[in-house]
Design a protein around this ligand. Structure first.
Ligand code: NAI
Ligand code: MG
Length: 488
């Protein structure tokens, strides 16, 4: 049985208690995880606060901070196979995906390493001739980075990268569902040579560990990724510390296919959009909106291809499709699929829990045409369920695309340039992918509208989110200051 440790103030420790972590491919316990409770959280925040003011971190030049981030990027790249194997065991995400994703995570650290010494202040041309005024850009303070279990190295990099580039210190809270990869990542932080307390890595349960951390008076910024219900707790908790909050939440993203598109590309992209990561992706293209004239052909080819997806053990490089991360998740998905069928949705493929060990659920397609209330259209399932609906006009496609309270991502497949632009303008979502899906880059901001959250991760603006400005006034005149009661 493998054992993991917390990383607080530059030391590895066992936590207040231990809890089991399950391998979703077998349903068996494979590791013991360290639980951070109130005392551990408080010590991690204290360490981050002390490190924030300590000369060993605060005294570094921005270029030196960048060098530490470059070092971390190299270590992540070297450790990618090991981190990927741990993520695959703990979450069930297939090794093909975890290994390529983690190798790319290094690029995020490199991008923010390069940005560290480019976060400049500015001179303000004030309307007073004897005054000089300027803005200094400073790190915002102690950051609580709270992440879910999926794509956790990526979701940590888009928080740690900009926060450390800006000069903040961080408490990174891994999800209790599968904390292994981030607890292992703590060793790289240590090896890269960040001073003690600059980055602390903990895990524990939401109601204690997460709640104490997000309400902590010394926390200045909460960077959260997770579900909308948890986000509401975070916002309430932040009433205690009035911390700045950024939220990356769920989605019910539309995948819109016009009849004028290249059908092969649209089919392949739709499969990746909803069945990659077994659908457990915030940007999953979980609602197919298809032009009615091509529906039958598209669905027939889609279901034929979907049935050939190779399901298997996630650590096998040949496997294309693995289990869900938790049993609870599988039960929820099964309930919503059943309910949608009762409501009138037609099951095209999948829809039955897989027999045998592990939390497997097959790729599932529900034709919800004519069943606008079908639960699967409105609920973020965070699983491999595609709900299909049709449209005849562009206006109908837009109306259906925007018919959920979410607004994270969207995909539009069309060869008509004018239509692509009209759709882009009309869709209410933080990302529009035209004739592609699921592309990300450290240079491109990422985030949502509405219930999908606010704030953007990635790109230059994300680094500015971890800074605050100080306005400095200087009176340049050599003349003495006048009597204060003679106002000019
Ligand atoms: P979750 O919301 O249950 O948990 C996320 C984190 O919040 C965990 O670390 C958990 O321990 C912590 N937490 C729970 N209760 C808390 C509380 N009261 N106070 C503070 N922290 C608390 O998320 P889950 O179900 O593990 O992940 C799936 C969700 O995350 C989906 O809704 C998905 O769409 C969303 N997500 C969004 C992404 C984005 O970038 N927009 C990316 C990946 C996932
Ligand atoms: Mg696990």
């Amino acid at each position: 049985m493998q054992k993991f440790q917390l990383y607080i103030n530059g030391q590895f420790e066992n936590g207040a208690a231990q809890f089991d972590s399950i391998n979703p491919a077998t349903g068996e316990i494979w590791a013991k995880m360290p639980e951070a409770r109130t005392d551990e959280v408080n010590r991690a925040v204290d360490a981050a606060e002390q490190a924030f003011y300590n000369a060993s971190w605060a005294g570094l030049t921005a270029t030196q901070r960048g060098k530490l981030l470059y070092k971390l990027a190299d270590l992540v790249e070297q450790a990618a196979p090991r981190l990927a194997a741990l993520e695959t065991t703990d979450t069930g995400k297939i090794i093909r995906e975890t290994s390529s994703q983690i190798a790319y995570v290094a690029e995020y650290y490199r991008y923010y390493a390069g940005l560290a010494d480019k976060l400049e202040g500015s001179l303000i041309p004030v309307d007073k001739s004897d005054m000089q005024a300027w803005l200094v850009r400073e790190p915002v303070g102690v950051v609580a980075a709270i992440v879910p279990w999926n794509s956790q190295l990526f979701l940590s990099a888009v928080k740690l990268g900009p926060a450390l580039a800006a000069g903040c210190t961080v408490i990174l809270k891994a999800s209790e569902e599968a904390p292994a990869p981030l607890l292992e990542f703590a060793k790289l932080i240590d090896e890269a040579g960040f001073p003690a307390g600059v980055v602390n890595v903990i895990t524990g349960f939401g109601p204690e560990c997460g709640a104490v951390l997000s309400a902590h008076p010394k926390v200045a910024h909460i960077a959260f990724t997770g579900g909308p219900e948890t986000a509401k707790h975070i916002v309430r908790n932040s009433a205690e510390n009035l911390a700045k909050v950024s939220l990356e939440l769920g989605g019910k993203s539309p995948f819109i296919v016009f009849a004028d598109t290249d059908m092969n590309s649209a089919l392949n992209a739709q499969i990746a959009a909803i069945f990659a990561a077994t659908g457990q992706s915030c940007v999953a293209g979980s609602r197919l909106l298809i032009e009615a004239s091509i529906k039958d052909e598209f669905l027939q080819r889609l279901s034929e291809r979907v049935q050939r997806i190779k399901m298997g053990l996630p650590d096998d490089m040949q496997t294309e499709y693995g289990p869900l991360c938790t049993l609870k998740q599988r039960e929820k998905i099964q309930q919503v699929v059943q309910r949608s069928i009762e409501q009138g949705a037609k099951l095209i493929t999948g829809g039955q829990v897989c027999a045998g060990a592990g939390y497997y659920y097959p790729p599932t397609i529900l034709d919800c045409t004519g069943v606008p209330d079908a639960q699967s259209i409105h609920t973020e399932l965070f699983g491999p369920v595609l709900s299909v609906d049709t449209f005849i006009t562009e206006a109908e496609a837009i109306q259906k695309a925007n018919s959920t309270p979410y607004g994270l991502a969207s995909g539009v497949f069309t060869s008509n340039l004018n239509r692509a632009h009209r759709m882009t303008r009309a869709i209410r979502a933080g990302i529009v992918w035209l004739n592609t899906y699921r592309v990300v880059s450290p240079l491109a901001p990422f985030g949502g509208y509405g219930l999908s959250g606010h704030g953007r991760e990635g790109g230059l603006s994300a680094a500015l989110e971890y800074t605050t400005t100080k306005t400095v006034w200087l009176r340049m005149s050599d003349q003495p200051i006048d009597d204060p009661f003679v106002m000019r």
